[in-house]
Structure formats: C-alpha cells, structure tokens
Design a protein around this ligand. Structure first.
Ligand code: NAD
Ligand code: IPM
Ligand code: MN
Length: 372
C-alpha cells in the first residue's frame, strides 16, 4: 500500500518555525514507528503571495484536494495588511476551507495538569477541563452574499456582510457534534443569537431537529452565544461539546484557548465529507495566527501545531494510540517544566526556545518506547 500523503503549508510568521518542529515529529514516527508519510511542502498566505501574487496558487489547491491530509502553520502579517482584500493571506486559508468543504472545525480545549495554575482563571475552575468546540467553517457571515463595501449614495459608504445558514449546513455540522458527544460525555450545547437573528432561530431549530430525530440519547441544551462566552469563563467545566457558527466559533475558541493557558497550546482539525477511501477531507492547523510580534525569535510555542498533527493521526490515519502517545509526550515535557515564554510564570525561569521544546518532545517520545 502507498504511504499516506501529507501536504505541509507552513505559511507566514511563526508558521514555518512551529512547522519545523512538526517535521521532526513526523520523521520520528517514520523512523521509530514505521509510520512513513509522503510529505510535500508548499506555500500559502503571504509567502504564496510573494512568490505567485496570490495567497494560494491553483496548483497548491489541487494538491490539497488530492492528499490524505493538509497541515497548515499560520498565515498573515503586517507586511500584507495593505494588500487588496482578495489577495490578503487570510484569503488563501479561507479558499482551502471553502473548496475542500471543510465544514466542521474541531477545536478541543484541554487543560494539561501541568498548566492548571497557569491559566488566568483559578486552578480549581480549570483543572481537568476538556471541552470540544465544533465550529461551522464554510458558511455564515464569512461567506454569505451580498458582501462588500459600497457607496451609500449619500456621500458615505456602507460595509455589508451577510449571515446565512441553510438547513443542511446546520444539520451536517450538528451531526458531527452529536457523534463526538456520543464518544465523550454525551452532552452538546448549541450556541447562537436566536434572540436577535433569524439565522440563529433557524440554527436552534435545526440542531434540535437533528437531536430529536437522530440523537435523542445525547443531552442537548441551547445558549445565546454571549451568555455562552460568559459561562465559558465562569464555569467552563459545565461544557462537553459546544456547537456553534463560524463567527461565534472563531471568538469562543480563542476564549477557550486562553482558559488552557496559551493560544500556543490549542490545536484544531477541519473536516469535510468522506473521500473515496472513507477518510474525511482534512486540514489540521493550530488555532493561533502568525504571531508577528514574536516571529523569527525562537519564542513560538510549537505545541498547538504538534498537537494538530496528533489530531491528524487520530482523525485521518486511525492512529489513536500514536496520537495518545504524542499528547502524553507533550504533557510530560510541560510537567518537567520545559516552557516557551508564553507558558512561563516564575520570575527568572529560563524559557525554552521553539526548537528546544520540539527536541524535548522527541526525547519524551523516545522514552515512551523505552518504558513500553
Ligand atoms: P495571533 O494568534 O497571531 O497572536 C495573538 C497573540 O498570541 C500574540 O501576542 C502572539 O504572540 C501570541 N501567540 C500566538 N501564537 C503563539 C504561539 N504559538 N506561541 C506563543 N505565543 C503565541 O493573532 P493576531 O495577532 O490577532 O493575528 C496575527 C496575524 O495572524 C493576522 O494577520 C491574522 O489574520 C492572522 N491569523 C491567522 C490565523 C491562521 O492562520 N489560522 C489565525 C489567527 C490569526
Ligand atoms: C482562525 C483565524 C481565521 C478565521 C482567519 C485567519 C481567517 O482567526 O482560524 O481562527 O477567522 O477563521
Ligand atoms: Mn481565530
């Protein structure tokens, strides 16, 4: 059988720095576990714009459609802020999500014990936290028409975006949330703004429909997204799976990321419909961005990107045990006190560089074999 294929798109800013550490991990699995991937690397975001004048070349898009999984670092940066909207780095990422139809974005927020006292919330509120946010990723206000900036014919301008959801768009992402809940603690909380938005009413009704007709065994609750944000910081452990739209999911997952200590810790999987081989189309990426403020300084935390590769092992390659192994290695390294600057709390503690963090995780992986 052919090796499974990976397309790696490091992108901009800290993207290439954190992806270099993921490459070490991929190589380790090839050498030590016989899990050999055919890896190809290409450009996305500002890096692609610099080379091709577009944030994602058609050829790259084709490659992304043909591989078993895509791994992405991050896109964007101040250098590209003044570019026309259509060629901004972020458009490259949005094109991948849309054309691959990656409608379900899984953003787990788990608090590693070693980081419990690092969160801005009290350790007793955060210890043992394990939430899965399922964000709809290919519709809503990110893609709805009409959109644009227009003259308002009174000497001013008007900026328009459209929040739009169809029955099927809501139902298919709801199903993903219910399926996950069945394998977790059996609870889904759906978040929208049904009190002010018709699209929110539709969202609520369709999630309820999927529940009543297909998943009556799962416990379903609904919450307005603003109240949900409040509850996420008040008592985050009340949640198991949260399902929400594209924009609310973007916001709520950044909040959830900080609960766990740092944006540098939160991975994600973006999944679409199954391909011919039965695996879902998939793109894995950290939740954080290109972090221009620390790019090029060896300060970036590679864990979110490494944990995104763990999600790839689990969701694209049926290697759940190897995903667990990698997650445990990350946990062990954190427990040993190896920390990039974003995770340092004690004054005078010496931070690890991005590469040192990656190397420490490789050591922990080696040790996992010795103790097996
Ligand atoms: P950001 O996530 O890049 O950074 C926010 C803060 O978190 C910064 O202080 C940064 O230093 C810190 N941070 C982020 N990741 C870190 C890591 N791995 N280790 C240590 N610290 C980390 O968000 P931003 O500053 O709002 O956006 C910067 C650029 O990234 C923008 O162009 C934005 O559009 C883009 N962006 C891209 C993605 C993506 O590619 N998926 C996601 C979010 C933002
Ligand atoms: C994310 C990012 C993206 C989003 C941007 C970079 C397009 O913030 O993945 O969370 O808004 O979806
Ligand atoms: Mn975001």
């Amino acid at each position: 059988m052919a090796n499974p294929s990976l397309l790696i798109l490091p992108g901009d800013g800290i993207g290439p720095e954190v992806m270099a550490e993921v490459r070490k991990i991929i190589d380790w699995f090839g050498e030590k576990r016989g899990l050999v991937f055919d890896v190809e690397e290409d450009l996305v975001g500002g890096a692609a714009y610099d080379a091709h004048g577009v944030p994602l070349a058609d050829e790259t898009m084709e490659k992304a459609q043909s591989v078993d999984a895509v791994l992405l670092g991050a896109v964007g940066g101040p250098k590209y802020d003044e570019l026309p909207f259509e060629v901004k780095p972020e458009r490259g990422l949005l094109r991948l999500r849309k054309e691959m139809d990656l409608f379900a974005n899984l953003r787990p927020a788990q608090c590693f014990d070693a980081l419990a006292d690092f969160s801005s919330l009290k350790p007793e509120v955060i210890a043992g936290l394990d939430i899965m946010i399922v964000r709809e990723l290919t519709s809503g206000v990110y893609f709805g028409e009409p959109r644009g900036i227009f003259d308002d014919n009174e000497g001013g301008r008007v900026g328009i975006n459209t929040q739009r959801y169809t029955t099927e768009e809501v139902r298919r992402v709801a199903r993903v949330a219910f399926e996950l809940a069945r394998r977790r603690r059996g609870r889904v909380c759906s978040m929208e703004k049904a009190n002010v938005m018709e699209s929110g009413i539709l969202w609520r009704e369709e999630v309820q429909w999927v529940h009543d007709n297909e998943y009556p065994d799962v416990e379903l609750s609904h919450m307005y997204a603003d109240a949900g944000a409040m509850q996420l910081v008040r008592q985050p452990r009340q949640f198991d799976v949260i399902v929400t739209d594209n924009l609310f999911g973007d916001l709520l997952s950044d909040v959830a990321a900080m609960l766990t200590g740092s944006l540098g810790m939160l991975p994600s999987a973006s999944l679409g419909a199954p391909m011919a081989n039965g695996r879902p189309k998939a793109l894995y990426e950290p939740v954080h961005g290109s972090a221009p403020d620390i790019a090029g300084q060896g300060k970036a935390n590679p864990c979110a990107c490494i944990l995104s590769f763990a999600m790839a092992l689990r969701y694209s390659f049926d290697e759940g045990a190897e995903a667990d192994r990698l997650e445990r290695a990350v946990e062990k390294v954190l427990a040993e006190g190896v920390r990039t600057p974003d995770l340092l709390q004690k004054e005078g503690a010496v931070p690890a560089t991005t590469a040192e963090m990656g190397d420490a995780i490789i050591c922990a992986l080696d040790e996992s074999l010795a103790t097996a």
